[in-house]
Design a binder for this molecule. Structure first.
Ligand code: PMP
Length: 411
């Protein structure tokens, strides 16, 4: 047994995911679509039940006991995120409904104040649509221009080409930490540092990194970072936007409504302090509270152990898959999170996805919300298997055997 598998008790971990213990289409479920959404840990589900059965009340407004209880628990999650990503202060943590909303918040609020005609926004060829379209909308509104950081055929950012694109016109660099389609781990620290040299603001889309890699926003030195709870064993409907205090304070609000104000009259409104200035309306209270338990779960296992174990799964799967006739990996960077994208000669990716589903195996097919990346690779899409800490080598064996048998039928 390797060091990585020895440090985590995978069977115990699996017991914390009741959903895994079921049959799909008459076969034991093998869930390999974790990059889309990981499954929810039992303690997170328990917290949701506790909230809706015992503590449910709106936050920040009431003085009654339930309101105080839910407000305290909600703010505890903010403290927990602050610790989890090592922000300088808890006030730099804004709750959103996901990475998409976090990026839209920056594109709208920051973009409306700081972007002008001719300014340049740099994003990479690897981005998810949610780190492309908000910038296209901001560019349409402001006259700013989007420039694309090129990649190579392995799916790696070309750092030297990136540096050539940087100039005093660069106002923002927004890149993902880990590519959802290919699993590439990008050198974000170096990307941020080069952006700082030209005075650009930086945003990291950490949606795919947060479940696998320890995030330290102070060490990364980024201005903004976005993540989603549902990819971290937590509930859906909860995301985080980290922003540096000075920038958040200087930004106009994103949405207007309750909570984000200090005073409202028909003559005008005084906005609340951060983070509340960016949290208009009633949030997903119970889900935010439950997210704390997902971070506890990750921290108890330890990012290093998670990464080592998932890497072991990745290597194991890669080795087995390469022996399958017609197998072509898509995205072969040396630095990869536990995502394998691939195609198989003569079998359409959708057919593969469906035939795997018949065998109880859940994978993702299609463009994975990265159409510009697929265009660059000159493909329509891929089959994507993405592993979480509860996956096992036994599951990978079943997955590879299933692929072999499908391929045989087609040849
Ligand atoms: N960025 C990346 C890299 C992603 O993988 C995803 C989710 N697939 C998103 C952004 C969007 O996250 P959400 O749907 O949670 O807003």
């Amino acid at each position: 047994m390797s060091v990585a598998s020895a440090s985590l008790d995978i069977q115990k971990i699996r017991e914390q995911f009741p959903i895994l213990n079921q049959e799909v289409n008459g076969k034991p479920l093998i869930y390999l679509d974790n990059a889309a959404s990981s499954q929810t840990a039992k303690r997170v589900i328990d917290s949701l039940i506790q909230f809706y059965e015992k503590d449910h009340a709106n936050i920040h407004r009431g003085i009654h006991t339930l309101a105080e209880r839910s407000t305290k628990a909600f703010e505890e999650t903010r403290e927990r995120v602050h610790e989890f990503i090592n922000s300088a202060e808890a006030d730099e943590i804004i709750f959103t409904k996901g990475t998409t909303e976090s990026i839209n918040l920056v594109a709208q609020a920051w973009g409306s104040k700081y972007l002008k005609e001719g300014d340049e926004i740099l994003i990479s060829q690897l981005e998810h649509h949610s780190n492309i379209v908000p910038w296209q909308l901001a560019a349409e509104r402001t006259g700013a221009i989007i420039k694309v950081i090129p990649i190579n055929q392995k799916g790696e950012i070309l750092l030297e080409e990136y540096k050539k694109l940087l100039s005093e016109r660069t106002k923002l660099v927004a890149v993902n930490y880990v590519s959802n389609s290919l699993g590439t781990i990008n050198p974000v620290k170096e990307i941020v540092s080069a952006a700082l040299d030209v005075g650009a603001t930086t945003l990291i889309d950490a949606a795919q990194a947060a479940p696998h890699i320890k995030i330290d926003v102070q060490e990364l030195n980024c201005d903004f970072l976005a993540l989603s709870s549902h990819k971290m064993y937590g509930p859906t409907g909860v995301g985080v936007l980290y922003g540096r205090r000075e920038i958040l304070e200087d930004m106009p609000p994103y949405q207007g409504g309750g909570e984000m104000i200090k005073d409202v009259s028909f003559n005008g409104t005084t906005y609340n302090d951060i983070p509340y200035k960016f949290e208009a309306g009633t949030p997903n209270i119970g889900e935010v509270i439950a997210f704390k338990y997902a971070m506890d779960f990750i921290d108890e296992m330890g990012h290093e152990n998670i990464q080592a174990y998932e890497h072991e799964l990745l290597e194991y799967a890669n080795k087995k898959l390469r022996s399958i006739k017609g197998f072509t990996p898509i995205g072969t960077s040396d630095e990869k999170a536990s995502v394998i994208s691939f195609l198989i000669e003569n079998v359409h990716q959708y057919d593969l996805g469906q035939l795997l589903d018949v065998r109880g195996i859940a994978v993702r097919t299609g463009h994975h919300c990265t159409q510009p990346l697929m265009d660059f690779l000159e493909i329509d899409g891929t089959v994507r298997a993405s592993f979480a800490v509860y996956n096992t080598k036994g599951e990978i064996d079943v997955f590879c055997d299933a692929l072999e048998s499908i391929v045989k039928k087609f040849s």
